[in-house]
Design a protein around this ligand. Structure first.
Ligand SMILES: NC(=O)c1ccc[n+]([C@@H]2O[C@H](COP(=O)([O-])OP(=O)(O)OC[C@H]3O[C@@H](n4cnc5c(N)ncnc54)[C@H](O)[C@@H]3O)[C@@H](O)[C@H]2O)c1
Length: 283
């Protein structure tokens, strides 16, 4: 099997690792030579190119992991539709931009072979892939991609409408976590402790709906009746977040975000702690 990866950043690099391990032939496109060179050091022998046709021209599946900008992804998909073989499945790994938006300018024939394949970081470790149906995606492309993902050991979940369910749930949690800080209820550190030392411990074993069955739907309804009116219903990123961004506090890479004192070493340690934890949970 042959795969073309578009974008050699965090996700593209992780996908390269995943598909190399799965025994697929991997080629990677990125306009940035430095990004390709970094991948070359880690995984020598891949086809790495700044020319799209060298990567996309003769593969079974293409996964795009370029920056999360709708216009950029649209232009990449327009180029892929011209460059790839007619039977190549075209997938976007976009976090939240709908497949319908990314594939807007494609003909119906090309849109039929275009789907969402949403991986989770690090994609060579985290098992889930959301296989997303865009408004014009064809059944055959979705079924084939689902089978391929399962064949390489992924927990592939069909998503029947153009949405990314995992990110919807994650965004709901972010909104409420930020609201707790904004309302002066908890510090950022304490919000994280509350999650990590309570329901966060449970979530990888018992899903939220399984847990509702466990505690009983009646109790769930009683809880929601009281708590839902107190939750944030913000429809824009909250000030607690945008004010920080305006002050240059953009998270780890700027040294400060909700936490202070980030360094490259601390970030690297956090990444390894995360990867080691996920790996140990997966056995
Ligand atoms: N980081 C995550 O946890 C995560 C998880 C799932 C999905 N995603 C999605 O994957 C995509 C990439 O995210 P990332 O974290 O790897 O970003 P990243 O910034 O690490 O990598 C993006 C790469 O795309 C390259 N690029 C720039 N212009 C390009 C173009 N025209 N064509 C091809 N490549 C181009 C950049 O040089 C860079 O190497 C985004 O859509 C993101 O939302 C990210």
């Amino acid at each position: 099997m042959k795969i073309g990866l578009i974008g050699a950043g965090l996700m593209g690099g992780g996908l390269a690792r995943l598909f190399v391990k799965a025994g697929w032939s991997v080629s990677v496109f990125d306009p940035d030579r430095a990004a390709l060179d970094r991948l070359d050091i880690e995984l020598p022998g891949l086809t790495l190119s700044q020319l799209l046709h060298e990567v996309a021209g003769d593969v079974d599946l293409i996964i795009e992991s370029a920056p999360e900008k709708p216009a950029l992804k649209q232009s990449i998909f327009a180029d892929l539709a011209k460059t790839a073989r007619p039977d190549t499945i075209l997938a976007t790994n976009s976090s939240v931009i709908p497949v319908g938006v990314v594939t807007e300018s494609l003909s119906d024939t090309d849109a039929k072979r275009a789907i969402g394949l949403h991986f989770w970081n690090p994609p060579d470790v985290v098992p889930l892939v959301e296989v997303i149906r865009g408004p014009r995606s064809g059944d055959a492309a979705l079924k084939t991609a689902l089978e391929w993902m399962r064949a390489i050991g992924k927990d592939a979940v069909p998503v029947e409408k153009d949405a990314v369910p995992g990110n919807r749930m994650q965004a709901a949690l972010w909104r409420e976590a930020i609201a707790l800080v904004e309302e002066g209820i908890c510090t950022p550190e304490d919000v994280d402790i509350i999650v990590k030392r309570s329901f966060g411990l449970r979530l990888s074993a018992v899903g939220p709906l399984e847990n509702l069955d466990l505690i009983s739907l009646d109790l769930g309804a009683d809880i929601l009746r009281v708590v839902l009116p107190t939750l944030s219903n913000a429809t824009e990123p909250p000030r607690e977040l945008t004010d920080r961004i305006a002050r240059g506090e953009r998270g780890g890479k700027s040294g400060k975000g909700f936490y202070r004192g980030w360094t490259e070493e601390k970030l690297a340690a956090l990444r390894s702690r995360l990867a080691a934890h996920v790996t140990s949970l997966l056995g």
